[in-house]
Design a protein around this ligand. Structure first.
Ligand SMILES: [Zn+2]
Length: 327
């Protein structure tokens, strides 16, 4: 199974262009060549500068979900929305690209837990509690900015009551809880509360690049202990602090993650279409097949490559998603 657990293509492409859009890093046409399942993020922010406006976030979320669902409906033989475990296997057999709708930021809920059920019925199967900032669920990674390592604990509660309720309901419904973008303290609280294996859909290793979005060694180890997976991303700022980033940097983060968390806990979360620039040598989603070759050259055996390229994330999905449609 080949799975990429994060891309931001939906908000950058008109519905009619989601099939083929050379302006974007991903479109259905190219994704079909490299993955079985693509997480499609729905980002409830108008833009990264102006942030989310509480009143608009749910509306924007629905609009983006509709856009994706309608685009998928235009190509029923080639693409499908993944709603349950059966869909994953069926689509793979039918060689259809599986789309996994994932909300990136709890702002989408406003402060209404019932919205989580609404989104589930619309097809959403993963939810990230925060983007970079504090919201009604939890504190985002920027809440930690500027703080020294030793001071990180105890500055806030990590996850709020509403966030706890969201995690609990997501577990009941069969929705993956995504800890990417969460604050350091929030990571621990959420990990302790969540009853199912979690995903950190896109992020990298702090030891190689000290960015607030990256996971420290103790987080990587805990993620493994709780049977979760980190999707290694291609975001230049998360790879290293130098001016230039290369494919070698991506491979080093994979190596490091595998060494610390173990081969069962590292996946891929590209963040295609979520960044303006990519590392040298990475142009679009077709890079994923090259990455597979590069892992092979680096000495990973077939089983290890399968795990990194999707089987680990597949395990998290199987542990979370409902078996079949019970709607
Ligand atoms: Zn993101």
């Amino acid at each position: 199974m080949r799975i990429d657990c994060h891309c931001d293509t939906v908000m950058h492409s008109r519905k009619e262009l989601l099939w083929k859009n050379p302006q974007c890093h991903c479109d259905f046409h190219r994704l079909r060549q490299v993955v079985d399942i693509q997480f499609m993020a729905v980002f409830p922010y108008l833009d990264k500068v102006n942030g989310a406006h509480s009143g608009q976030a749910p509306l924007l979320t629905e609009e983006l979900i509709d856009r994706l669902v309608e685009a998928v409906a235009l190509f029923p033989e080639a693409v499908g929305i993944i709603r349950n475990q059966e869909d994953m296997l069926r689509y793979q057999e039918q060689q259809r690209l599986g789309m996994l709708i994932s909300i990136e930021g709890g702002e989408a809920l406003g402060e209404d837990l019932a919205r989580l059920d609404d989104y589930f019925h619309l097809g959403v199967r993963a939810i990230g509690l925060t983007w970079n900032y504090e919201n009604s669920l939890a504190w985002g990674c920027n809440s930690d900015k500027g703080l020294k390592e030793g001071m990180l604990l105890g500055i806030h509660d990590g996850v709020k009551h509403f966030g706890m309720a969201v995690i609990e309901r997501a577990n009941e419904l069969g929705m993956v809880v995504d800890l990417a973008h969460l604050s350091y303290h929030g990571f621990w609280r959420a990990l302790g509360v969540c009853q199912k294996p979690v995903l950190v859909s896109h992020g990298n290793c702090y030891a190689l690049c000290p960015h607030v979005r990256n996971l420290r060694d103790e987080q990587l180890k805990a993620l493994a202990e709780y049977n979760g997976v980190l999707g290694i991303s291609f975001v230049p700022a998360f790879l290293n602090e130098k001016m230039e980033q290369t494919i070698e940097d991506i491979l080093q983060h994979i190596d490091y993650g595998v060494n610390v968390a173990g081969i069962d806990h590292i996946g891929i979360g590209s963040d295609f279409d979520g960044v303006d620039t990519l590392p040298q040598g990475v142009r679009d989603c077709l890079f994923l097949s090259y990455l597979e070759e590069a892992l092979d050259k680096r000495g990973y055996d077939a089983e290890a490559i399968n795990k990194i390229m999707g089987d680990n994330v597949y395990r998290v999905l199987m542990a979370n998603l409902p078996e079949r449609n019970h709607l």
